[in-house]
Each structure stands twice: as C-alpha cells, then as structure tokens.
Design a protein around this ligand. Structure first.
Ligand SMILES: Cc1cc2nc3c(=O)[nH]c(=O)nc-3n(C[C@H](O)[C@H](O)[C@H](O)COP(=O)(O)O)c2cc1C
Length: 188
C-alpha cells in the first residue's frame, strides 16, 4: 500500500484513479473505484456540447453517495461553462480538466473548495496548470487511451517530474498512458 500526499488528501487506500471517460466511466464505475479504495471519476466529456453527454445528476445518483470526481474536456467546457456549476453543485471529490486552458475555470473551482486536477500533454501546459492552481497534474503520454498529445510517456513523464520538482514540489504528479493512471513520482 502506498502512502502519499495524494492518498492522504483524498483518503485513498489504493493509489488508483480511473480516467474520466464520457459514456464509459459513469457513476457506477466511478463509485466502484472509490469504494475499492481508489478515486473514481465520472466522464463529463464535451459538457453537453455534442448533445450526447452524460446527465451528471443521474450519474451521481448512480454513484449512490460514493465520493467521486468529474472530468471535462476543457475546450468543450469553454463552450458550455455553466456545466461546471452543474458539476460543482453535485459536490464532486475533484474536478479534472483535460485538453485546454483550465485557468478560466479555476476561480470557481477553488471557491467551491474542490481540488483541481489538470491533465497535460506538454511542459507549456504544466505551466498553465500551475497558474490555474492545480493540486494534481496528470502527465498524459501519447500512449494514453484517448485525445492524447504527440509526446511519448517515456520522455514526457520524467521531464514533468523534473520541472515540478524545481517549480512546484508540492503539486502532485500522476501519469496517464496505460490502462490506468499510475503514480509518476511518489515523493519528490
Ligand atoms: C472513451 C473516452 C472518453 C473520454 N472522456 C473524457 C472525459 O469525459 N473527460 C476527460 O477529462 N477525459 C476524457 N478522456 C480522456 C482520458 O482522460 C485520457 O485518454 C486518459 O489518458 C486515459 O487514461 P489511460 O490512457 O491511462 O487509460 C476520454 C478518453 C476516452 C478513451
């Protein structure tokens, strides 16, 4: 069992987060992950902008009280920013933002007292995630399950480890690029 700042902050017994995956990771899956000791995330996807996104209230009902987070595709959330309020009203364990600039949403997330997790694909995006006040950064290599960037995990993850160690050692790092997110650096 790994005991890290992340497990302590979220009260986890297993350092496993499921990726928020719209229409794949709903309330039932997220709740199962959380109940097993990890941190479950519901995929909020394109925040309703494609018309086929999950009903977050229904997915939280399916989670039946388990502490779960919500992850949005950030550029889509920018087109439907009210979806963030819908998610925050459901008292998520965290908000996870991927593929875009999290900064415009950060103030509302912090004001709600909800930890912000930012998924990044480049070092430049690490800087913008830090400016957004990310509590956790997920470095996503191109081997990841979907919507990835161009850089492979093998070089991206150690570079982000070094960058955070120098710039923001208290920010936690996870790596995505397999069937689950794994810890990139337990303690820097
Ligand atoms: C079917 C599918 C749906 C996704 N939906 C979301 C989403 O709703 N929100 C989000 O932040 N990321 C979404 N993603 C991106 C995942 O967060 C990303 O691919 C992650 O790296 C997967 O982790 P893994 O490759 O380590 O399994 C989705 C990915 C897939 C494959």
């Amino acid at each position: 069992m790994l005991d890290t700042r992340l497990t302590q902050r979220f009260g986890l017994t297993h350092l496993v987060l499921n990726a928020p995956m719209a229409l794949v990771a709903g309330g039932a899956l997220a709740a199962a992950v959380s109940r097993a000791g990890g941190l479950g995330l519901i995929g909020g996807g394109y925040a309703g902008t494609l018309g086929a996104e999950p009903d977050l209230a229904l997915e939280f009902e399916r989670a039946a009280g388990a502490k779960v987070g919500v992850g949005f595709i950030t550029w889509a959330l920018a087109r439907a920013p009210a979806q963030l309020d819908v998610a925050l009203a459901l008292k998520p364990a965290c908000i996870f933002l991927s593929f875009g600039d999290a900064r415009p949403f950060a103030a509302r997330i912090h004001a709600a007292g909800v930890p912000l997790i930012c998924q990044v694909q480049t070092l430049a995006q690490v800087e913008s995630a830090l400016a957004a006040g990310a509590f956790v950064i997920v470095a996503q290599g191109t081997e990841a399950g979907g919507h990835g960037g161009a850089r492979g995990s093998f070089s991206l993850i150690p570079e982000v480890v070094d960058h955070l160690a120098a710039r923001a050692p208290n920010v936690f790092l996870l790596a995505a690029g397999g069937s689950r997110m794994a810890e990139g650096s337990q303690r820097r």
